[in-house]
Design a protein around this ligand. Structure first.
Ligand SMILES: [Zn+2]
Length: 328
């Protein structure tokens, strides 16, 4: 950790890459995060899994035909030992702010820490700066890997100064299935992000998976549940990778959530289906004080950003975040 401190101190004053220095100097001040970090950052990994219902995360609560519920045993097991989970039945709620429960408003809310002003998936970059921009401006090494190309817009209100790999890059010949257009299948997003985590040592890594929502829109129950099972196994791979990374891995926090839920009939989501606003969230790491399903006051996806900043910077959680989860 001492080496990290030195690196951060250096980069904030004179970056080894002159382009980095220029970018730092020309970057506009973020809305809520201005002070350089005084302590070394605690790394954070945030995984989002698109359009996954709370019923499919919390076991045996779903009655729809074709579903057994509880498709995330690896995550559930990790949480039981090392973290907390919000939004389980009987333990309070966490909701997207909506009012249209679709992806871009959901991701915008996650990354800006504010209810989104945008209403659909064509809204482009957010009006407010994001917590990723804020942490990057304080010297954190931020990286984003996303299956859906539009997530690349939601992560920053201007052209990002950090690494973003969203969708398939031009010239990539793999098929976008189960998505279309520039979509990159989750298997590829997962593989690339694991390699980056291990070899490039990001301070903040976002991995945004999307196969679940693609299969759900196609009405493919098996495709959806299998994609969720693979996402769950990926959480296990992240944890196993962190376990090989010494003190850095041990000090890393992991958050897992979704951008929106699904309709009662499962395949849809959006403003017409208020129930699709309900989401879920898992948090793990040394500063997460609670264990297992946690009864909290009701929360929104927007509460996550300040919580991530608090653990990444070793600062106190602000009262508008998930402060009740965090040890001082
Ligand atoms: Zn969708």
């Amino acid at each position: 950790m001492r080496i990290q401190t030195a690196l951060y101190g250096l980069c904030l004053v004179t970056c080894s890459d002159p382009n980095d220095a220029q970018r730092v100097a020309s970057r506009s001040a973020p809305v809520a995060i201005t002070a350089p970090m005084e302590q070394p950052p605690s790394p954070v990994v945030l995984v989002t899994i698109d359009g996954v219902r709370w019923q499919d995360v919390y076991a045996s609560v779903d009655e729809s035909p074709g579903f057994g519920g509880g498709y995330m045993p690896v995550l559930r097991d990790l949480v039981a030992r090392e973290g907390a989970m919000l939004g389980a039945p009987g333990y309070g709620r966490i909701d997207a702010s909506g009012p249209n429960f679709v992806s871009m408003p959901g991701y915008t809310e996650i990354f800006t820490g504010q209810p989104a002003t945008c209403r659909d998936n064509d809204c482009g970059r957010p009006e407010q700066s994001t917590f990723l921009e804020g942490l990057a401006s304080r010297g954190a090494k931020v990286a984003v890997f996303a299956s859906w190309e539009k997530v690349g817009d939601a992560v920053a209100h201007t052209t990002p100064t950090f690494f973003v790999s969203a969708g398939r890059p031009e010239g990539d010949t793999q098929k976008p299935f189960p998505g279309g257009g520039a979509y990159r299948p989750d298997a590829s997003t997962m593989e690339q992000s694991i390699v980056y985590l291990r070899e490039s040592l990001p301070d903040v890594l976002v991995v945004s998976l999307g196969d679940t929502d693609e299969y759900a829109h196609a009405g493919n129950v098996r495709g959806y549940t299998d994609a969720l099972t693979r996402a769950d196994a990926f959480i296990g791979r992240i944890n196993a990778t962190l376990a090989t990374m010494g003190e850095r891995g041990a000090s890393t926090h992991l958050f897992v959530t979704t951008d929106h839920g699904r309709s009662q009939g499962w395949s849809e989501h959006g403003g017409k289906y208020p129930e699709s606003g309900r989401v879920w969230l898992a948090a793990m790491g040394p500063r997460i004080a609670s264990r297992g399903f946690v009864a909290t006051r009701d929360h929104h996806l927007s509460d996550l950003a300040s919580t991530i900043v608090a653990v990444a910077t070793n600062e106190d959680a602000t009262s508008d975040g998930l402060s009740e989860l965090i040890a001082r």
